[in-house]
Design a protein around this ligand. Structure first.
Ligand code: AHN
Ligand code: ZN
Length: 335
């Protein structure tokens, strides 16, 4: 009897799916839904102590200004750590020209997880530090390089901890983590120099025109910039809203669900020309920027932005945790 045959088959399926949790071959809607659930990986806990130590380590090299020794030593350190965390690593030489004609030997550091997967996402931050403290209150110090704890090292520190967690837990999608160089070599603002377009984000511009994989693409990208200061507030940056509104909403909703509403404000921020603008315009990967914005300050940024005080006292583990846990939840909930 056909009826009897079906009910027996259904009973067997029920028993099979009830007794095993993964790798069971079944067909039909309910079964594949339960399989998908059983193979999804639980979001790991982001360790803020660990992220903090990666920030501290970068700052301890000294300012990571292209064409200097601390810069090259830090590049080796970052590439080595990503390898230790199981990524397939490429250090891309990115020769670029600065606003004043200086040829910079920039290096983009790329860590790939599940390199073969088509379904991938991109996480990025800049790892260089600004060669001049052009917003320092002391005019004599404005040609001195900044420590770049928040501006540079914080985003990289968070992504290193994410890499470490991906290595421990595994992940079902492809993830690329890129540390871009020469973001912060833009025309200094304390000198009265003529306007020149596109002097910021030089490493990113190079990579957009010479991606590490031919025709590289990803579903979306998240840029982390200045994500470590105490009591930072991340507003909805307007280029992000224009280029990737769905991703922006998703990230902010996840942050709110996790209890980080005091860091992630649902209000609009300003328009900030940052690495994500080039990734959006040149590589067409819808990208958002999680960046601290202070609408009440003179610069629109953190009080120590581009000053010599952007050191470890400008880093708070609670902020690193809010950003890191949110981004982990975003990538682990990606289907
Ligand atoms: C400008 O100041 C044009 N953009 C901000 C991007 C930036 C600088 N992020 C860190 N430092
Ligand atoms: Zn900067």
């Amino acid at each position: 009897m056909i009826f009897r045959y079906f009910s027996t088959a259904a009973l067997i399926l029920l028993l099979v799916s009830g007794c095993t949790n993964s790798g069971t071959k079944t067909s039909g809607g309910t079964q594949s839904a339960s399989i998908e659930k059983s193979t999804s990986i639980k979001t790991p806990a982001f360790n803020a102590d660990s992220a903090y130590s990666y920030v501290d380590k970068q700052v301890a090299f000294g300012p990571r200004v292209p064409n200097t020794k601390p810069h090259d030593l830090c590049a080796d350190y970052l590439a080595g750590e990503l390898k230790r965390f199981g990524a397939d690593v490429i250090v891309q030489d990115a020769p670029v020209t600065a606003f004043d004609g200086t040829e910079l030997k920039a290096k983009n550091i790329i860590g790939q997880y599940n390199k073969e997967k088509k379904n991938r996402v991109l996480l990025y931050a800049h790892w260089d530090s600004r060669p001049f403290a052009d917003h320092d209150p002391d005019p004599k110090m404005r040609n001195t390089p900044i420590p770049g704890a928040n501006d540079g090292a914080s985003g990289v520190g968070v992504l290193m901890e994410i890499a470490r967690q991906i290595n421990k837990a595994g992940i079902n999608i492809g993830v690329d983590i890129i540390f871009f160089d020469a973001e912060d070599y833009g025309t200094p603002e304390h000198l009265d120099l003529p306007y020149k377009p596109d002097t910021w984000c030089l490493g990113t511009q190079y990579w957009c025109n010479h991606p590490h994989v031919e025709d590289y693409s990803a579903r979306w990208g998240i840029l982390l910039d200045m994500v470590g200061a105490p009591d930072a507030v991340f507003y909805k940056e307007l280029y992000s809203k224009k280029f990737a509104p769905d991703l922006l909403d998703r990230v902010w909703n996840i942050a709110a669900d996790l209890g980080y509403l005091s860091y992630f404000s649902f209000e609009d921020g300003g328009q900030i020309v940052d690495d994500h603008v080039y990734v959006n315009n040149l590589r067409h990967i819808p990208s958002i920027d999680i960046i601290q914005h202070e609408p009440m300050s003179d610069t629109n940024f953190n009080a120590y932005w581009h000053t010599l005080k952007d050191d470890m006292s400008n880093i708070d583990k609670a902020t690193l945790k809010a950003v890191g846990q949110t981004v982990l939840q975003v990538i682990y909930s990606e289907k």
